[in-house]
Design a protein around this ligand. Structure first.
Ligand code: FAD
Length: 402
């Protein structure tokens, strides 16, 4: 095998090429990215970078000259327009490159509001890449009015940054409660209280009907018939896996690019990893949108490209920073029927998701020990008695030995 080509120079793509070199692969590696910046971490885009507390260089996953030093050809500002799986080539506009093995790490794209309801007005932003954040930064001035559409993690993190910077923030969420798709009512309650105390107006069960304005957004009409004025809007209503290239090439999709446990698609010599890929997990098929998944899955695919034949066993975890609260999540709560509360203080607490007697996941707010113990229990398939968890006297570490 002489040439491994990777499409998508984000978290998964860069982790994969680094792992290839660290594993001793000395063939050709090409990493192609549509964005102009070298591979960077996205989480600070809605946290410290947006706040202005982190420099651009610190966002980069590796120093700019790293790739050349590792003899990795990095082609930035270049979108792959097509894949020919039979010829084993990709098209970059007029140019064609051939590959021996191809990996798709194309990530995901934010859902946007349709133009028919004002989604294309100036001053309406999503938070996915550096260009988005650089475009919205000038609006982050004290006293500006910000409307956030969507009460998921991205919307809430943007609300925290904007509030810290003295903006007047309203967040609308069409579901009954913020974080409804991803967390228990207890977690929603915690974050609603946190944001409300900081002055964010949270309107749940309230959808956006349309944004108003001539060329620039100036207001919004909401599903309850009310209207509000705004200076700009951030839309955080989820993402969709970036699968267009794969689909055109005849790669099978299933909630993202469908891979086997080792990262192979249905097409020979084409693999996928990161946000764009769905894979088998405990008898189901899942797709994860997180940095740990992008890194771990990409590294397993790199090993498999070199013949390891290793299954990817996901260990889901995630975090979010809002004000001075660090939320850490371990496991996946899908299908839970009970939430057990381990109360610490009002600010430091954890919520444990059970299905029957099985521990599925934990949300830990400023409770790193609970998170760490929960993660290890879940990975080991251990489920402590809920009563032991609720007892403040319980030594968390002892639960690991039980
Ligand atoms: P990406 O990092 O998105 O990289 C994909 C790259 O592929 C992009 O640069 C794209 O331009 C490129 N590409 C797509 N198509 C083509 C093409 N045809 N040709 C060339 N290039 C192409 N995760 C956490 O775990 N914790 C967090 O706190 C957290 N916060 C986040 C905050 C924000 C604002 C965002 C946007 C994401 C956050 N995430 C967080 C999610 C995390 O960043 C993603 O899960 C991770 O970046 C996925 O990595 P990836 O390589 O699959 O995709």
């Amino acid at each position: 095998m002489s040439h491994i080509l990777v499409i998508g120079a984000g978290q998964a793509g860069s982790s994969l090429v680094v792992k290839l070199r660290n594993s001793g692969f000395d063939g050709d590696i090409t990493l192609i990215g549509a964005e102009t910046a070298p591979p960077y971490q996205r989480p600070p885009l809605s946290k410290k970078y947006l706040l202005g507390e982190m420099d651009l260089e610190r966002l980069y996953l590796r120093p700019e000259n790293f790739y050349a030093e590792q003899n990795i050809t990095l082609r930035l500002g270049t979108a792959v327009s097509a894949i020919d799986p039979d010829a084993q080539t990709v098209a970059l506009g007029q140019e064609t490159l051939s590959y021996d093995e191809l990996v798709l790490t194309t990530g995901s794209a934010p859902r946007r509001l349709p133009a028919s309801i004002g989604g294309a007005l100036n001053g309406v932003f999503t938070v996915r890449d550096l260009a988005d954040v650089d475009a919205m930064s000038p609006y982050f001035q004290p006293g500006k009015r910000l409307l956030i559409v969507g009460g998921g993690y991205i919307g809430l993190e943007a609300a925290a940054v904007a509030t810290k910077k003295g903006l007047d923030v309203t967040l609308v969420e069409m579901s009954e409660r913020i974080l409804q798709r991803v967390a228990a009512p207890e977690t929603s309650d915690y974050f609603r209280a946190l944001h409300s105390a900081q002055g964010v107006t949270i309107r749940e069960g309230t959808g956006l009907s349309r944004l108003t304005g001539d060329t620039h957004v100036t207001g919004a009409e909401l599903s309850d018939g009310s209207a509000l004025e705004t200076d700009f809007v951030i839309v955080g209503v989820g993402i969709t896996p970036e699968t267009k290239l794969a689909e055109k090439a005849g790669v099978v999709l299933d909630n993202g690019i469908k891979t086997d446990a080792q990262g192979r698609t249905n097409k020979p010599h084409i693999w996928a990893a990161g946000d764009c890929a769905s894979f088998p997990y405990r008898g189901k098929r899942i797709r994860l949108e997180s940095v740990p998944n992008a890194i771990d899955q990409a590294e397993v695919v790199a090993e498999n490209l070199l013949g390891a034949a290793k299954d990817y066993v996901a260990k889901p975890w995630f975090w979010s920073d809002q004000y001075d609260v660090k939320l850490q999540i371990a496991g996946l709560n899908t299908g839970y029927d009970q939430v057990v509360i381990r109360a610490g203080t009002a600010a430091s607490t954890s919520f444990w998701y059970y299905k029957g007697t099985n521990l599925l996941a934990v949300d830990a707010m400023n409770a790193p020990r609970d998170y760490m113990v929960g993660k290890r229990l879940i990975e080991a398939g251990k489920s402590p008695d809920p009563e032991a968890l609720t007892n403040p006297e319980t030594d968390m570490k002892a639960l690991l030995k039980a």
